[in-house]
Design a protein around this ligand. Structure first.
Ligand SMILES: [Zn+2]
Ligand SMILES: [Zn+2]
Length: 145
């Protein structure tokens, strides 16, 4: 997986470019999502950040994620079952949810592709949330004999 790293200034700039005031906790949560492209749940983010942010609460993480999503900085992926995943992404992409291990992988797609299903003329598309469900290569391999 590609490694990402951002400076404090880049985190502040990302927040302010989207009209969000920077705070230590907002920066910590956004940095985590920008640097860890693993589509974490609220719980995973909370557990990862709590040791270095002892005053952080699960509620703060959740509220911050909703704020960042509302500002268009991150996206909420409704995977059903074990709760929503959160994703920092600058390009549209679909997701593949492995129903066996729960891992979420990015899937590239082009909305301009002739085979892409689009609503009829007159409907303006703003976003598309596409989730494929099935078994990832690792889980498929572990089931093979
Ligand atoms: Zn899997
Ligand atoms: Zn993604």
């Amino acid at each position: 997986m590609r490694k990402y790293s951002f400076t404090t200034q880049e985190i502040i700039d990302t927040l302010s470019a989207n009209g969000v005031k920077a705070s230590a906790q907002r920066m910590a949560i956004l940095r985590f999502l920008m640097e860890n492209r693993v589509h974490p749940t609220v719980d995973e983010i909370f557990k990862a950040l709590q040791p270095t942010n002892p005053t952080l609460s699960r509620t703060t993480v959740y509220n911050t994620l909703r704020l960042l999503a509302g500002a268009g900085i991150i996206k909420c992926i409704e995977t059903g079952g074990d709760g929503a995943r959160w994703d920092y992404s600058q390009h549209d992409h679909a997701h593949f949810l492995c129903t066996s291990c729960g891992h979420v992988t990015d899937v590239d797609y082009r909305i301009s592709s002739p085979t892409f299903p689009l609503p009829p003329a007159g409907y303006t598309v703003q976003t598309a949330d596409i989730i494929f469900r099935g078994t990832c290569p690792a889980c498929t391999a572990s089931k093979a004999c």
